[in-house]
Design a protein around this ligand. Structure first.
Ligand code: SAM
Length: 282
């Protein structure tokens, strides 16, 4: 097996294939064996597990996953990486590479075809530009038992934030609706080729089922988006300004939950937003 955590080996491989990095695709390849091993352990991958990897790059994390998993579906957008992946993954019969944009996948259909197992997880070093969209789609799909992602540290802080934290935003609430987020460990910029300008960290998302109906869930998401769309306004004004509810119902819902009249959305946690959702449905 080729050691893809060795900078010399990576340089020789990509030069031989005439590959050059595309910055806009977030191509920073991991070089830390320690980070790979910790990501695999956190994902709970075993021989029964089917793993979705978004953006395999040259196959560094893919190889590590394939050593432990039953099946790996690796989705890579950059056609130029396919010949490299064919070489680096040639020893692994349990890996399939799909040339696709991960954001355009119909996840239920894709998983039915590419990962037809009951235990599915995601383990990926995401291209940072798709973080919010990818995390939202993965969680909304409810297809995965565990999601372990290497992300920009700033994004991890945002997704793990609590009310009162400067990074607290709609995404912090939405993530906590679907899963328990946890910052597992930091990864230094020196652990990548090329070296990114920003710090990175590994995020663990352990999904759980809330048991809400589709209608309740959609209302919950609308309330959260509306509350954070105008952060400087009170919750009452922010929700009244949105299209889905008039002021009287907003006031009644805020009262029913026992919140102060002048409370702002950014002071509420996920349970408070669930209380509001229930109050709107009364
Ligand atoms: N997994 C590799 C590693 O850890 O070294 C590479 C990670 S690199 C940060 C991100 C990878 O995602 C790149 O290979 C890039 O080409 C790919 N990528 C970027 N946008 C993508 C998209 N929309 N769908 C699938 N892959 C994408």
């Amino acid at each position: 097996m080729m050691d893809l955590t060795s900078p010399g080996t990576v340089r020789e491989l990509i030069t031989r294939h005439g590959f050059s990095f595309t910055k806009s695709l977030g191509q920073n390849f991991i070089l830390s064996r320690n980070a790979l091993e910790r990501m695999i352990a956190a994902s709970g991958i075993d021989s029964e597990t089917g793993v979705l990897e978004i953006g395999p790059g040259i196959g560094t994390l893919t190889q590590a996953i394939a050593e432990h998993a039953g099946l790996v579906a690796a989705v890579e957008i950059d056609r130029a990486l396919l010949p490299i992946l064919a070489e680096t993954l040639s020893d692994y019969q349990n890996v399939r590479v799909y040339r696709e944009d991960a954001l355009k996948l119909d996840l239920p259909v894709f998983c039915q075809v590419a990962l037809p197992v009951s235990k599915r997880v995601v383990c990926a070093n995401l291209p940072y530009y798709i973080t919010t969209q990818a995390v939202t789609r993965l969680l909304e799909s409810k297809l995965f038992l565990q999601i372990t992602l290497l992300l920009q540290k700033e994004a991890v802080d945002r997704l793990c934030a609590h009310p009162g934290d400067p990074a607290y935003c709609a995404a912090s609430v939405i993530v906590r609706y679907y899963a328990t987020p946890k910052l597992l460990f930091r990864v230094s910029p020196d652990s990548f080729m090329p070296r990114p300008k920003v710090a990175s960290a590994v995020l663990s998302l352990t999904p759980y089922e809330r048991g809400l109906s589709e209608e309740q869930e959609q209302l919950f998401l609308k309330i959260v988006q509306a509350a954070f769309a105008q952060r400087r306004k009170t919750l009452q004004n922010a929700l009244s300004a949105s299209s889905f509810c008039d002021r009287e119902r907003v006031q009644a819902a805020i009262r029913a939950c026992g919140f102060r009249e002048d409370i702002r959305g950014e002071a509420l946690d996920v349970n408070d937003f669930l209380c509001l959702t229930e109050a709107f449905l009364q």
